[in-house]
Design a protein around this ligand. Structure first.
Ligand SMILES: [Zn+2]
Length: 432
């Protein structure tokens, strides 16, 4: 196997492997940042995407804007209209796309009712003079993580996730309205209490065979040690947030009731009144119940199966190699049973992987003399889709390189790693 290993390549790889060494020592001391890159920092702003979707800006890396897509993944997206703040209220119509939520016997689907009611809340709040945005304005698959990303980017004064319940069967003379707040957060609790007060009162005017559970009222649902079970509350701490479950869509009479547009408007006005009182008064709310432990969720709200629309065209990045380098590259690719362009892409992902290991030292830009020469006579072209581009430009920014050089750096690292076993002297009489 030809191994091309001039001194400057060794130096280059050594610079990258400093990250590894730092990782190995640091990770024994601390558990590391548990939620690393998936936790987006606030304050880079938010733009409206091609179809009006809200896309929090993660940052600009190597000259390219990276946003959090509706599926909650980082993608390169150069367009978008910046949203002017400040925003008073973010409303979240729960579920969407393949995640229907609860379903009524009349065929009414929770994801659709949630959106219809949210649009009523928006209209009412705007008439009261509040600025409002919705996490989604159409039927859209959006994981919880992205809904929280939007809230963290906008930092509104209140965040309300709108749902309609399923499951209960115990008959009740009163609406089974439930609201949930962030545990040990007085303002979130007050918001949930006001939402319960207004929504419960609005539906108490109707007589239907209601159902309820013990959790009728305003409470916090927890998982050990003492954390909010609902991601939409857990991931938005710092913003007063609440979930409202006005009634039981799974109960046929209640499904019939909420199918009526005027009733959707009544609910919308009740939620808007509660939010307005939250913003403009010190009213305490009511219906409070003690926090309770129930870690189980429906398992929905993840990014699984979520397909983003196209925000950016794929882009081709060319990297040049000398004949010797290309021979090493081909050998390494053959060794791994992969193509050469796969190896180039995987190399960049390996750079990212090393940088994100728990306790990894921050990546620092390479010195000028360490920059890879990426302009040899044998060119390899690699196509990067919008999500892959986000990885490429993040690594380019971190190492202070352009995209062509970053591709070369990743390839150099992988060739080095692929050849490592040949460098290690294994005693021939060792244990088998
Ligand atoms: Zn729901």
């Amino acid at each position: 196997m030809p191994v091309y290993r001039p001194p400057h390549v060794i130096a280059l790889v050594a610079a990258v492997l400093v990250v590894l060494a730092a990782t190995a020592t640091a990770s024994t001391a601390v558990g590391g940042d548990s939620n690393g890159s998936s936790q987006m920092a606030a304050a880079a702003g938010i733009v409206r995407g091609p179809d009006g979707a809200l896309l929090p800006v993660v940052g600009t890396f190597a000259g390219s804007q990276v946003v959090s897509s509706t599926c909650g993944q980082e993608v390169v997206y150069e367009g978008g209209i910046p949203l002017e703040g400040p925003i008073d209220v973010v409303l979240d119509p729960g579920h969407g796309g393949p995640e229907s939520g609860s379903v009524g016997s009349n065929g009414l689907v929770e994801r659709d009712v949630n959106l219809l009611v949210a649009l009523q809340v928006e209209t009412a709040l705007e008439e009261m003079g509040h600025s409002v945005v919705l996490t989604r304005r159409r039927d859209l698959h959006m994981p919880i993580r992205q809904r929280a990303n939007i809230v963290r980017a906008l930092q509104p004064r209140a965040f309300v996730s709108i749902h309609h319940n399923g499951g209960a069967v115990r008959r009740s003379d009163t609406p089974g309205t439930e609201t949930f707040h962030q545990v040990d957060d007085a303002e979130s609790r007050r918001l949930a209490g006001l939402l319960f007060e207004e929504v419960y009162a609005a539906f108490a005017d109707y007589w239907v065979p209601w159902v309820r559970t013990y959790h009728q009222g305003a409470s916090a649902r927890l998982r050990p040690p003492r954390t909010d079970t609902y991601g939409v509350l857990r991931l938005t701490r710092g913003t007063p947030a609440a979930i409202v479950e006005a009634l039981y869509l799974s109960n046929p009479p209640e499904a019939q009731l909420i199918a009526i547009p005027e009733v959707q408007q009544v609910e919308g006005h009740a939620i808007a009144a509660a939010i307005d009182r939250f913003l403009n008064s010190d009213d305490p709310g009511s219906g409070f119940k003690d926090p309770f432990y129930d870690p189980h969720t429906t398992g929905t709200g993840t990014a699984r199966g979520c397909v983003d629309q196209k925000y950016s065209e794929p882009t081709n990045i060319r990297t040049g190699f000398t004949a010797e380098e290309f021979a090493s590259l081909t050998a390494a690719a053959n060794h791994m049973g992969r193509s050469v362009d796969w190896l180039l892409k995987f190399g960049v992902y390996t750079l990212k992987f090393l940088g994100e290991l728990p306790g990894a030292a921050p990546i620092t830009p390479l010195e000028a003399e360490q920059r890879p020469d990426a302009y040899g006579p044998i060119a390899v072209t690699v196509e990067w889709d919008q999500a892959e581009q986000a990885v490429l430009v993040r690594m380019a920014e971190a190492y202070g390189l352009n995209r062509t050089e970053t591709q070369k750096l990743g390839a150099t690292l992988l060739v080095f790693l692929a050849n490592l076993p040949a460098e290690i002297t294994v005693p021939s009489d060792g244990p088998d």
